[in-house]
Design a protein around this ligand. Structure first.
Ligand SMILES: N[C@@H](Cc1ccc(O)cc1)C(=O)O
Length: 552
């Protein structure tokens, strides 16, 4: 008999934040986040390991999308968008009691009580000493760099933030690493925010307690404060984006390409996305001890959706075939009080669902794209693959490949939960000119199918446009989304309908489409099996990792 992991086990309904616990505590979401940080480490001493193409920009974009998705999930559950944690002297209202332990590490994860304030850290055992005022100094310098549109270099010169590389420079300063342009001056804002919060229950180690879930990328997304912190980080990046010139027609339009419609076809009503609960079983055997002793099955419940197709009608009025880059997003239409969104608010809630290149012949084209082929997600089987198959020690090429394959938003979380009455959203598609967007490179290796949030291993990010294009910049001329539309774009109102029933994964008649391997599936990922180490702790990766300027 499998052990049943109950849903909603970390708090009662008295805690409003509990309404989105299914998102925060989703095992697949936490696995994605952990893998992302394994693929894009900040703590390697070897520059080559850290210096991946557009790493800083991807740090910004992947986390921006997490915040967009989380905010939409909150609105589906009658919660308002997350409040930024921007006052380091104020108490953090939300508490979090993780109820996690790790038998292999013989450690329990401490809780954070509601109303905790971060305090100056002095923990010799962890070689950390840092004052809250340091966070404020780094934050102020960061804001100054954005204000001046230039970064101070160690030699006193200024490095202008240009529209090509500025976001990447800022992202690499925000998550400090060996490739940051001026580490001593801009410090370590993002990581140290995590660290301060994770030690807020025992800042001077008098209780001999270890860090809380915010201190580890494998567990941080469980805690409501993760999103408050990242909403603030995101806001800082947006301040920078507000400084850029809005995209003009030359960047937005694709002459001769006319998108006449986009729609959703699925099992039932047109333009309706259906969500429900699903119960799945994974093997946690490997995490129970140092040596595998067979299976320990755990059954857990997660959000799921019915698969669907995007149907896009495109007319090519030019005489010859062209390649288009199709960019598909979805966003809510009204705010917490039922008021339609302005363009500027709505663009920040645009969730990328898919991005793909596709030939468009002269005349009319009907393009059908399966939801399972999303460039954002990896299939369920890969999210929950057997960690015991990891080929070698961390740091080797085999392990790096294995880790890379685990990066990708879990497919079962592609679609927000919606509501039982039907949550109104707007689907957006844009076709841009692939000749302008493409990146010439050979694509070797596997697991290149979740590039939107994870890139391609040891290659360039496969899209020359800014990540999040066309919604990454403001468009003051557009009051609403319809003002923003060009002939190569289309929108469709749709409904996300949640049915409060639970199906069993694998049960006949229910999940045929889910189990289909994706068409471009490069990895054979047969076994559904998960390592509790990956869910709960990382045996070879501890914080603090090389916080050089904080070490005694
Ligand atoms: N581990 C990081 C902090 C961190 C924690 C969780 C994260 O998701 C990201 C960063 C450090 O030591 O600096």
């Amino acid at each position: 008999m499998p052990i049943v992991i109950p849903s909603n086990y970390t708090a009662s309904d008295t805690e409003p934040e509990q309404r989105v616990a299914y998102f925060r505590e989703d095992i697949g979401i936490n696995l994605h986040h952990w893998h992302w940080h394994l693929v894009y480490p900040f703590d390697a001493a070897d520059r080559a390991i850290v210096n991946k193409d557009r790493r800083g920009e991807l740090f910004y974009y992947m986390h921006q999308q997490i915040i967009a998705r989380y905010n939409v999930e909150r609105m589906c559950n009658n919660l308002s968008r997350v409040r930024r944690y921007n006052n380091f002297r104020a108490a953090i209202e939300e508490g979090y009691f993780p109820k996690l332990d790790s038998t292999v590490a013989s450690r329990a994860w401490p809780p954070r009580f509601a109303g905790t304030t971060i305090r100056d850290l002095d923990r010799p055992v962890d070689q950390i000493r840092s004052d809250v005022s340091e966070l404020e100094t780094w934050r102020d310098r960061f804001l100054q760099a954005i204000e001046n549109m230039s970064v101070m270099l160690p030699n006193g010169r200024q490095l202008p933030l240009d529209e090509e590389t500025g976001i990447d420079v800022l992202g690499n300063l925000m998550e400090s690493s060996i490739i940051s342009r001026n580490r001593p001056y801009y410090g370590d804002l993002h990581n140290m925010g995590h660290v301060f919060i994770s030690y807020s229950h025992d800042p001077d180690h008098r209780h001999l307690e270890q860090f809380g879930v915010m201190g580890d990328s494998a567990t941080a997304m469980r805690d409501p404060v993760f999103y408050r912190w990242h909403a603030y980080i995101d806001d800082i990046f947006h301040l920078y984006k507000y400084k850029l010139t809005p995209y003009g027609n030359d960047r937005l339009d694709f002459p001769n390409i006319r998108v006449s419609s986009v729609s959703i076809e699925g099992g039932g009503t047109p333009n309706t996305l259906n969500t429900l609960w699903e119960q799945s079983t994974v093997d946690l055997g490997r995490g129970m001890d140092f040596t595998p002793r067979g299976s320990v099955l755990a059954r857990f419940t997660h959000l799921q959706h019915d698969e669907y197709n995007y149907v896009i009608e495109v007319n090519n009025t030019g005489g010859s075939s062209v390649m288009g880059m199709f960019r598909i997003f979805i966003a809510p239409t009204v705010d917490e009080s039922g008021k339609p969104f302005s363009f500027d608010e709505q663009r920040k809630l645009m969730i990328e669902l898919d991005k793909f290149s596709q030939g468009v012949k002269p005349g009319n084209n009907t393009i059908r794209r399966k939801s399972i082929d999303s460039s954002v997600t990896i299939p369920y089987e890969r999210t929950f693959r057997n960690q015991a198959d990891r080929p070698a020690d961390p740091g080797t090429a085999g392990a790096a490949e294995f880790d890379f394959c685990g990066c990708g938003w879990p497919h079962h979380m592609l679609v927000p939960k919606g509501t039982t009455q039907g949550y109104p959203m707007v689907l957006f598609v844009m076709v841009s000119n692939w000749n302008d967007d493409r990146v010439e490179q050979d694509l070797v290796g596997s697991c290149n199918d979740a590039a939107s949030y994870c890139g391609i291993r040891d290659r360039k990010y496969p899209d020359r446009r800014a990540m999040g294009f066309p919604f990454d910049r403001p468009a003051p001329a557009a009051t609403t989304l319809s003002d923003f539309l060009r002939p190569n774009m289309a929108v469709r109102d749709c409904i996300v309908r949640f049915t409060d029933r639970t199906r069993q994964r694998g049960q006949q008649g229910y999940i045929d489409s889910n189990r289909r391997q994706r068409s471009t599936e490069p990895c054979g990922c047969p076994s559904v099996n998960v390592d509790i180490d990956a869910l709960i702790r990382k045996p070879y990766y501890y914080i603090p990792c090389n916080h050089k300027h904080h070490i005694f």
